[in-house]
Design a protein around this ligand. Structure first.
Ligand code: RIB
Ligand code: CA
Length: 308
């Protein structure tokens, strides 16, 4: 049985690779792609998603979300992803068109129409997911799990305390983490171990074929920022959230209580993980801490091979 999923993303280099991984793997069935602002503005992340999907000849319903978080101004990450949000490869204008309904309406429509429960895979800010839960509480029971890229038990990457996706919309994250839906949190604890080294990039490029070569060009650009940050390899954040759905056995998790900081002067956007269970509160999240990097890279290479 293939797992029905919806991917909510802000392409973004690693989001683009997460999309291509998902569509290439036979264990999951991507029913819809929804777009959130984050790495770049909504207009750019939508255009990037449509370009990547068109380039890979993928047909799927795509819908855009709002231009900004629930209650705050948008922050974007051109330092990481460039002015287009997907700098590096030259991609043709998209042929795939977005639906004329909103991201939240497409999530609701997809969940209603699915016979099985649907797994949500957000790889950007949680704005669309939170709005879906607020607008369609009666559909919460049809969500199997949320496997998200975001947060961290230890540290942050946009402030010392916060990871970018959670920081962009802390109020949305608070709604999602309090929803009671099973959550797998692929935070920086694992994504900073999901490193793609130059030899891995070359392995993908050497597959040949336009999609694999384009992914190598995405990684060439993505590695520039992370090289300047002192990383030996590029942390492939978003594909981790997809990879967990495909094969949870390549990762290790701990069930812990996680709360979202929505007020702190220095800690806004932090995922406050009760690692030592001091509060004895409900353990609402499966926090991912480790990954079999070799098996992760093999999964990516096998996926890119599918496009040849
Ligand atoms: O902190 C990393 C996350 O922020 C990734 O999802 C990346 O695409 C950006 O959205
Ligand atoms: Ca992302």
């Amino acid at each position: 049985m293939r797992i029905p999923v919806i991917i909510d993303c802000d392409p973004g280099h690693d989001d683009a690779i997460a999309l291509l991984l998902a569509f290439a793997n036979k264990k999951i069935d991507v029913k819809a792609v929804t777009i959130v602002a984050g790495n770049q503005t909504q207009e750019k992340t939508l255009n990037n998603a449509l370009k990547v999907l068109s380039f890979a000849d993928i047909e799927v319903p795509v819908a855009k979300g709002d231009d900004k978080p629930l209650m705050r101004d948008l922050i974007i990450a051109p330092e990481v992803h460039g002015d287009s949000g997907l700098d590096g490869p030259e991609l043709p204008e998209p042929t795939l068109k977005a639906c004329d309904i909103s991201a939240v309406e497409l999530i609701a429509k997809t969940v209603k129409e699915s016979e099985e429960k649907v797994t949500l895979i957000p790889t950007g800010a949680l704005t669309n997911i939170a709005k879906f839960l607020l607008c369609y509480p009666e559909l919460k029971g049809k969500i199997e799990r949320i496997s998200l890229m975001g947060g961290a038990c230890f540290g942050g990457n946009w402030t010392p305390a916060a990871e970018f996706n959670i920081l962009v919309d802390p109020e949305a994250a608070d709604i999602v983490f309090k929803s009671g839906i099973p959550i797998t949190m692929c935070g920086l604890d694992v994504t900073h171990k999901a490193l793609i080294y130059q030899e891995d990039v070359d392995r993908i490029r050497d597959l040949g074929g336009k999609v694999a070569v384009m992914v190598a060009e995405l990684l060439d650009f993505f590695s520039k920022f992370h090289g300047q940050m002192g990383f030996e390899g590029s942390p492939l954040h978003d594909p981790c959230a997809v990879a967990w759905v495909i094969d949870p056995s390549i990762m290790t998790t701990k069930k812990l209580h996680v709360a979202i900081e929505t007020k702190g002067e220095h800690t806004l956007g932090a995922t406050v993980v009760d690692y030592y269970d001091v509060l004895k509160k409900e353990k609402n999240v499966d926090v991912v801490f480790d990954i079999d990097r070799e098996r992760f890279v093999d999964m990516l290479v096998e996926a890119m091979q599918q496009y040849n």
